[in-house]
Design a protein. Structure first.
Length: 69
């Protein structure tokens, strides 16, 4: 294995163990998220906005993709 200098964490997704690393991210680097089409589009867009607010991404906008479902 190659060492990245990051600590590896794990989570369970649909019964599978998935490794991941937390990478530092400057909140000013993310200006917009484009929400793609999906079954629960309005609820997902609202959830993304709430997540961004909780994580300190106050200046990031969330836009719905013009692609239809």
């Amino acid at each position: 294995m190659v060492s990245t200098g990051y600590t590896e964490d794990f989570r369970v997704e649909q019964g599978n163990i998935v490794p991941y690393i937390k990478v530092p991210f400057d909140v000013s680097a993310l200006s917009e998220i484009r929400q793609g089409p999906g079954q629960y589009r309005a609820a997902n867009t609202d959830a993304v906005k709430r997540f961004l607010a909780a994580e300190g991404f106050a200046d990031t906008t969330v836009e719905k993709s013009p692609a239809p479902l």
